[in-house]
Design a protein. Structure first.
Length: 398
């Protein structure tokens, strides 16, 4: 019996990560909607800033928000924090299993910097911790009181980190690490700021002290940041399935556009939930659509030579390249020590499988050059060009 231990561990942690992320993001979206949908009406109790009625599952719900805290502590108070904590923990576990355990294949790119696994892993941890520390300190400086200035600084921090990560790690790892850094910032906001501030407010209330309103304002600021970062981080965390987003030269521009597109879409929903007038809702979708077109054109304008040789590339030549460069992993019996089974179950010993998956091979081995992993088999530019020419020309047999 052959049990692919690494694959099972990876699958189970990924399942947990997706589940907890759905719970966290769902709660975040709901509470942002709830906060922005509150309306002030006559006759509200003292301290209540607004209320909202909603219907779901055959029943009606009536929610009210106290800007600081109610006069008396309710008997039962629900906290929303473990969704965030377990999303980060499971995400870090998945990062460790995929990118630390298989650092030579997934994390390190010898063509950029020939790092030892321990050096690459240390660099990864420094980026995750450093991103949170710098972000947190920016929020606490006087600049953090200006929403627009802080937004620009956080944007520069993320894009600048993307540039640095692209110069150190493999293209696949670089984009995912940008998402991991943003996820660390978001979870750090919950763990270090939002929940502690709320606990202080609750403790003050129980002790008969008046809670400090600035604690709630600070927590709301970080919650708003999390809200605007959610859509970009989602795309970055699934980017390993879309290698066309990976580019050493344009990675930072791709990240910048993803941030702007996701932020524009979130702003539309935030403004709509707040009941903003029509003019406030006119620019977000056109802006997001325009930026998406820019992203598509930027990604598509690859530095791919697409050379055409005088002699057409035959199936025999294309399969020889694949046999030399790809089947160390994509085979019934992979010789690469990091793989017990062919990734994705793709056996490229079979030409029919190669033909069926030619669009993916073109995207990953010719356009994005993310395969072979870390180019461990030494696939040359000429080989990539020939493989691309064979696929584009309809994969002729001769």
């Amino acid at each position: 019996m052959d049990i692919a231990i690494h694959e099972w561990i990876s699958m189970l942690i990924r399942w947990l990560h997706i589940t907890t992320a759905i719970a966290w993001i769902g709660a975040s979206f709901y509470f942002i909607w709830l906060d922005l949908s509150l309306r002030r009406r006559d006759g509200l109790p003292d301290g209540v800033d607004g209320e909202v009625w909603s219907v779901h599952g055959g029943g009606f719900y009536h929610a009210q928000k106290y800007m600081v805290a109610p006069k008396e502590m309710p008997g039962e108070l629900h906290w929303f924090k473990y969704e965030s904590y377990f999303t980060w923990l499971s995400g870090f576990g998945l990062l460790a299993v995929m990118y630390y355990w298989g650092a030579e294949s997934y994390l390190i790119d010898p063509a950029k910097i020939a790092l030892q696994p321990w050096q690459a892993i240390s660099g990864s941890l420094l980026f995750l911790m450093g991103g949170w520390i710098i972000y947190d300190q920016l929020c606490k400086t006087p600049l953090g009181r200006n929403t627009s200035v802080l937004a620009v600084l956080v944007f520069v921090l993320v894009v600048g980190s993307s540039y640095g990560l692209s110069a150190i790690f493999s293209d696949r790892a670089a984009l995912l690490h940008v998402g991991a850094m943003i996820g660390t910032i978001m979870s750090g906001n919950v763990f270090f700021i939002i929940i502690p501030n709320q606990k202080i407010v609750v403790a003050d209330l129980k002790a008969g002290r008046g809670p400090d309103p600035s604690l709630g304002a600070q927590a709301k600021q970080r919650s708003t940041h999390n809200n605007y970062l959610t859509l970009p981080v989602l795309l970055m965390m699934i980017s390993n399935h879309y290698p066309l987003l990976m580019s050493p030269e344009k990675g930072w521009m791709i990240v910048a556009l993803i941030l702007l597109i996701g932020g524009s879409v979130r702003h539309y929903f935030n403004a709509a939930h707040a009941g903003g007038p029509g003019k406030r809702l006119l620019w977000q979708w056109p802006t997001a659509a325009g930026l998406m077109i820019v992203l598509i054109l930027l990604v598509s304008a690859r530095t791919d030579r697409r050379s055409v040789t005088a002699t057409p590339v035959s199936e025999t030549r294309a399969m020889a390249i694949i046999q030399t460069r790809c089947v160390t992993c994509h085979s019934d019996r992979p010789t690469d020590p990091d793989f017990e089974k062919a990734p994705g179950g793709l056996n490229f010993d079979d030409v029919a499988v190669v033909r069926k998956n030619s669009p993916r091979i073109l995207a990953q081995s010719v356009l994005s050059k993310t395969m072979p992993l870390a180019n461990r088999t030494g696939m040359t530019e000429d080989e990539r060009d020939q493989l691309g020419q064979w696929i584009r020309s309809g994969m002729p047999v001769k």
